[in-house]
Design a binder for this molecule. Structure first.
Ligand SMILES: Cc1cc2c(cc1C)N(C[C@H](O)[C@H](O)[C@H](O)COP(=O)(O)OP(=O)(O)OC[C@H]1O[C@@H](n3cnc4c(N)ncnc43)[C@H](O)[C@@H]1O)c1[nH]c(=O)[nH]c(=O)c1N2
Ligand SMILES: CCCCCCC(=O)C(=O)O
Ligand SMILES: [Mn+2]
Length: 494
């Protein structure tokens, strides 16, 4: 009979450890099995390692996995999955841990598969404008590699996330208004399923720009948040690196700023980034990133194209913003100014957190149809004022998507409840206006009820059927996104 090794807080020997008030047990022959498979240095039960892998950038309290394994290739991922499947152990894929919805928290313990240590491979098809990357490749690593080819991968959440993690969360960010999200930019995926089998979602080695061949298995895994399979490779669309110019503009009110955005889109200006910051976010970014913008609602814009193309886009934008009381465009004149501007925007999360050191930050992520954006922002601002919240708003407003970042003291129960109520209310506003509770960060641990509200009973039951078909024992990132209960599994097997 197998010896039992209890993973513990201070030692790796025989003490019990509390995680979410439950005792976890992992037999030591599993650890040995992983060590034999991957080598001792690629299997860790050290507390610091487990803690690090059970926590992302969200305010959710971390939950440690029992063991962290670092497979080097797809075959090893598959072998790990086979062991977990056989022993009914939870599997939690880990990309770079930049997620904002608690996706890597091992709420039921189990085996964290750290994919950042996979062999690095980038296979570029210059003439077909695509690249296939392994799970350890991050967004910035791909773009650095591509730099001299004149190509790039434009989806930009700011954080240097792994590209397969970005597939798993259906990430987007500042450039989605022009290039779409991960959904529109993935051509094929290699995925290890719960039982260890290896799936190529669009056929092995194929990379067509479009396909009508059967169900869209590729998109099934986009946004699956580690609950349907472990993504080991992704084939992605690439684009030519354009000439670019950036500018900012301030407005007397949020409504004026949002009206401008709506009109710029209506005029079909092929804008690449159009980002909103409310006055609190401007204040935070000024302080954190040493900028000196007037503390007023703003938009940051980026234009791509030849000089003539940019000039014609700018003519329209200038006319629109002056009709909406906006200031003259203030241009980033040098490459350094351009980088400083977008770095400041991408650091907005940290800038806002720095307003109240030591606090935690609740981040909302709703998206509405553009026509409803001014309405929901007005309502949101009223709520913030009524509840007296310390809140910054930034938004990828070209997609109707915005974030509120609400600072709070996590030990103050009253404050916590107020903030949770605000966040749910905002998600419900968005859904009632024809939008979604999450434009880009995903469901994770905190939005399961909202997902149900959004897709309805039938939608939920279809999602659960898919989950049960692909992961009948609920081993892949259990407790996240689409949760199936034990009673439902038993029911489906009888
Ligand atoms: C400062 C800052 C700013 C932003 C953001 C983060 C931060 C810190 N994000 C969020 C984040 O960068 C985004 O969710 C990434 O896609 C997460 O990728 P990681 O590799 O870090 O996944 P991470 O390791 O955090 O995992 C996230 C989820 O995906 C699963 N997963 C990871 N790799 C997997 C794989 N290979 N196979 C299967 N499942 C896998 C995990 O199990 C988990 O459920 C964001 N996002 C966004 O969309 N737009 C934005 O604007 C921003 N902005
Ligand atoms: C006020 C900052 C909230 C930022 C949340 C991270 C994110 O998605 C982004 O766009 O930045
Ligand atoms: Mn965002």
């Amino acid at each position: 009979m197998a010896l039992i090794l209890r993973i513990c807080k201070r030692s790796t020997k025989t003490l019990t450890c509390q995680r979410s008030r439950q005792v976890r047990l992992l037999s030591n022959d599993v650890v040995t099995q992983f060590q034999n498979l991957l080598g001792e240095s690629n299997v860790s039960i050290a507390e610091t390692t487990r803690q690090h892998h059970g926590q992302d950038e969200s305010p959710f309290p971390g939950a440690m996995p029992d063991v962290v394994v670092s497979p080097k290739n797809t075959e090893q991922v598959s072998s790990v999955a086979k062991i977990c499947y056989e022993r009914k152990l939870p599997m939690i894929p880990y990309g770079t841990g930049t997620g904002l919805e608690g996706g890597v928290c091992a709420v039921k313990g189990g085996v964290c598969l750290d994919l950042s240590q996979m062999e690095e491979s980038i296979d570029v098809n210059m003439s077909d404008l695509d690249a296939t990357v392994t799970a350890s490749i991050t967004r910035i690593a791909l773009n650095n590699y591509l730099h001299d080819t004149g190509l790039w991968f434009p989806i930009d959440p700011g954080a240097d996330a792994s590209l397969c993690g970005m597939v798993a969360t259906s990430a987007s960010g500042t450039t989605a208004v022009r290039y779409g999200t991960m959904r529109e930019n993935v051509i094929n995926l290699e995925v290890v399923l719960a039982d260890g089998s290896i799936l190529h979602t669009a056929g092995k080695g194929l990379h067509p720009r479009k396909t009508a061949a059967g169900y869209n298995l590729t998109n099934l895994f986009v946004g699956s948040e580690g609950t349907l399979g472990i993504i080991t490779k992704a084939t992605l669309r690439l684009y030519s690196i354009p000439e670019k110019m950036s500018a900012t503009c301030s407005f007397p009110s949020t409504e004026d700023a949002i009206n401008s955005v709506e009109q710029i889109l209506l005029y079909n200006v092929p804008i690449v980034r159009i980002e909103f910051l409310d006055e609190s976010a401007v204040d935070a970014c000024n302080k954190y990133s040493h900028l000196d913008h007037p503390v007023q609602p703003m938009i940051f814009l980026e234009f791509y194209g030849s000089k003539a193309e940019i000039e014609s886009q700018v003519d329209i934008v200038e006319e629109v913003i002056s009709s909406q009381n906006g200031t003259e465009l203030k241009w980033a004149k040098t490459t350094e100014e351009h980088s400083k501007l977008w770095k400041a925007r991408h650091n907005a999360l940290y800038a806002a957190k720095a307003l109240r050191p030591g606090s935690k930050a609740k981040i909302t992520d709703v998206a509405v149809p553009i026509s409803k954006l001014a309405e929901i922002l007005t309502k949101t601002k009223e709520e913030i004022k009524k509840e007296d919240l310390l809140c910054c708003i930034v938004g990828h407003v070209g997609d109707g998507n915005f974030h509120c970042l609400v600072m709070h003291d996590p030990s103050n129960q009253q404050e916590l409840e107020k903030i949770e109520a605000f966040s749910s209310k905002l998600a419900i506003f968005a859904q009632d206006l024809g939008g979604t509770c999450t434009g880009e960060h995903g469901i994770g641990l905190g939005k399961m009820k909202l997902l149900e509200r959004e897709v309805g009973n039938t939608g939920m039951s279809v999602m659960k059927s898919i989950k049960k078909a692909l992961d009948p024992h609920n081993l892949l990132n259990p407790g996240h996104t689409v949760e199936i209960k034990l009673s439902e599994i038993v029911l489906s097997q009888s």
